[in-house]
Design a protein around this ligand. Structure first.
Ligand SMILES: *[C@@H]1O[C@H](CO)[C@@H](O)[C@H](O)[C@H]1NC(C)=O
Ligand SMILES: *[C@@H]1O[C@H](CO)[C@@H](O)[C@H](O)[C@H]1NC(C)=O
Ligand SMILES: *[C@@H]1O[C@H](CO)[C@@H](O)[C@H](O)[C@H]1NC(C)=O
Ligand SMILES: *[C@@H]1O[C@H](CO)[C@@H](O)[C@H](O)[C@H]1NC(C)=O
Ligand SMILES: *[C@@H]1O[C@H](CO)[C@@H](O)[C@H](O)[C@H]1NC(C)=O
Length: 380
């Protein structure tokens, strides 16, 4: 019951890390595109700055001292689009990659990967495993406060290189796309321990308080447009289902996600009143995900509960790629038939759908404005 049909299995042996010709071609084309962009010193337009966790991490953790548990720089990650692992926690592109595409921006590189003079429309500070609390995955990730510090450093560098007027415009017109919170609540299994000393409400308050501090920090740097991804229905992710033993969703995990999202939207509404020029777009990731987990075929998927890659019930164990202590794992043939690529992360196809909703969805999924509105009628 827990396993997908036999023909969905693929022996681990077939997973090779050799870059294909396509990968080489892709790399060449990408570098041509990049150098064309670099020569354009008078870069105009709306930049995209990305902060948060693995939902947004485009390779940050490749550049820090951490363990495989916080990395996705090995096959089969990246197999669908990039053909090589990039550090993204998916078979292909992330929500941020599609948003960049819709905004006519190149792929936004990890800040830690950027070389001098390489500003091409944004920077990605997000780090897989990161939370709003400094204590979350401490020592293994770039936490949200450090991500803010890096944004401050980048702002200084831009001022030095482009002059303060232009840097100020880039920072002010830029969109700050943030996904954070899930890791602060941890894997469902750690729930009872987590809430022994503090109520769920107080804990959520602490997480939201720390997010608020960072949002105000970005505002201080000069940022005005905030695109927030709410916390997903992670109790129904394969990892959540695996934790309940009978395959039902983790009710505690879903409850804390709902509490978090209510508190977050309330803070965003307040900030828009308190801080002059502050604008936000909130994406209801919880509901959008939940519909796909429940009715996968309505959205073009075959499977909404079992992950494409992993082991154990629902492939809910975070073993995809065989580098995290457990070597054995199963991998599906067609990730695009799955909502989940691994135990907790979406497939590229799901990411594309989420990005489309964020970009130009209506008020039922994203509001009070969608992300497209942030990119309209802009430019110096
Ligand atoms: C990386 O971290 C490990 C353990 O946290 C430590 O033993 C090692 O020295 C670190 N390596 C570098 C290059 O900092
Ligand atoms: C931020 O989190 C810390 C725990 O890491 C907590 O002590 C502090 O009160 C929180 N800050 C706010 C403003 O909620
Ligand atoms: C599954 O187990 C959970 C406890 O982990 C329980 O609350 C729930 O009712 C069970 N569901 C079914 C369908 O048996
Ligand atoms: C999955 O993880 C659980 C909890 O760590 C462990 O007990 C179980 O043996 C794992 N299953 C497989 C197939 O690796
Ligand atoms: C929003 O879009 C969905 C699907 O595209 C549609 O079913 C729904 O009626 C729309 N809601 C509003 C408020 O326009």
């Amino acid at each position: 019951m827990y396993q997908a049909e036999e023909d969905e299995h693929r022996p681990t042996l077939f997973i090779m890390s050799t870059p294909t010709l396509q990968a080489v071609l892709f790399a060449v084309l990408a570098s041509l595109f990049v150098s064309a962009r670099c020569e354009n010193q008078s870069w105009k337009g709306v930049a995209l700055f990305v902060l948060g966790d693995s939902i947004n991490d485009a390779g940050t953790n490749n550049y820090i001292n951490t363990t495989a548990g916080f990395r996705a720089n090995f096959p089969p990650y990246g197999e669908t689009f990039f053909r090589i692992p990039t550090g993204r926690f998916s078979d292909g592109r992330l929500i941020v990659d599609f948003i960049a595409e819709y905004a006519n921006l190149p792929l936004i590189p990890p800040y830690l990967q950027m070389k001098d003079d390489e500003f091409m429309g944004g920077a990605n500070f997000a780090s897989g495993g990161a939370g709003a609390l400094v204590g979350t995955s401490e020592g293994y990730v770039v936490d949200l406060k450090t991500q803010l510090k890096q944004l401050e450093q980048l702002e200084k560098k831009l001022r030095k290189e482009m002059g303060s007027e232009k840097a100020k415009r880039i920072i002010k017109d830029g969109v700050y796309l943030i996904s954070i919170g899930t890791n602060d609540y941890g894997m469902p299994l750690s729930y009872p321990a987590l809430f022994q000393s503090i109520s769920m409400e107080d804990y959520v308050g602490m997480v939201i308080g720390n997010i608020t501090t960072v949002l105000k920090g970005i505002y201080e740097v000069g940022g005005r447009k905030f695109a927030m991804i709410g916390v997903g229905q992670f109790g129904c992710a394969p990892s959540g289902r695996a934790s309940t033993r009978n395959g039902s969703c983790s009710v505690e995990a879903n409850n804390v996600a709902k509490l978090h999202n209510v508190a977050l939207t309330s803070v965003l509404t307040k900030l828009e009143i308190q801080l002059q020029g502050f604008e936000y777009s909130y994406f209801d990731y919880y509901t959008s995900g939940s519909k796909r987990f429940q009715y996968p075929s309505k959205y073009g998927f075959k499977e909404g509960q079992i992950a494409c890659c992993g082991s154990g019930p629902y492939r809910g164990n975070f073993t995809c790629g065989g580098q995290r202590g457990v070597k054995e794992y199963s991998l599906c043939h067609h990730p695009d038939k799955y909502v989940f690529f691994d135990s907790g992360h979406s497939s590229e196809r799901a990411n594309r759908q989420y990005a489309q909703l964020m970009w130009n969805g209506n008020l039922s999924v994203v509001g009070p404005r969608n992300v497209k509105a942030f990119f309209k009628h802009e430019g110096a």
